[in-house]
Design a protein around this ligand. Structure first.
Ligand code: HEM
Length: 136
């Protein structure tokens, strides 16, 4: 029991800091004014954070499998919320990677729009997290 709780808590530590970095990193680039000069370095942080969300999210499932031999039986609402999170995280990771690979040729308005989309994806995932938590 103690080791199981510790495993969940450590996965949650990664997951919580990842959530903060995904949204906070994109907001920082946009607010209070768009800061193009920071966009690349913050994109690396955001890419790492989306990756951490996917990795730690999968780790939650792996811990359940290890201790119970199955993943939790989720309600339809919780399952939908989980699907929304996986979709948001995958899209966020790919969009950030695309920006890091090709973004040097993009104009200022396109870069700004990219970070606006990243904020929207972060907000969507965090909202879905609340539904996953309370409809499980
Ligand atoms: C592959 C993507 C993801 C998977 C598989 C995943 C999975 C999970 C799981 C299994 C939990 C525990 C649910 C519970 O306590 O009942 C959780 C919690 C949480 N997730 Fe995710 N997640 C993913 C992406 C994200 C993203 C992108 C964010 C935010 C940007 C996020 C934010 C949170 C938060 C804040 C919690 C804690 C909710 C609470 O206990 O109140 N997750 N996630």
């Amino acid at each position: 029991m103690w080791s199981e709780n510790l495993a969940y808590a450590l996965a949650q530590v990664i997951h919580n800091f990842g959530a903060a970095a995904v949204l906070g990193g994109a907001v920082f680039v946009l607010w209070p004014a768009f800061r193009l000069e920071y966009s690349r370095s913050f994109a690396w942080l955001i890419l790492l954070a989306w990756g951490a969300q996917i990795g730690s999210g999968a780790l939650f499932g792996a811990i359940s499998l290890y201790y119970y031999g199955e993943t939790p039986d989720l309600s339809a609402v919780a399952l939908t919320a989980l699907a929304v999170k996986v979709l948001a995280a995958t899209t966020g990771f790919l969009l950030t990677a695309l920006y890091l690979m090709r973004g040097s040729g993009w104009d200022r308005a396109d870069v700004k729009r990219t970070f606006q989309v990243l904020v929207a994806l972060g907000v969507t995932a965090l909202t879905a997290a609340a539904f996953l938590r309370w409809f499980s």
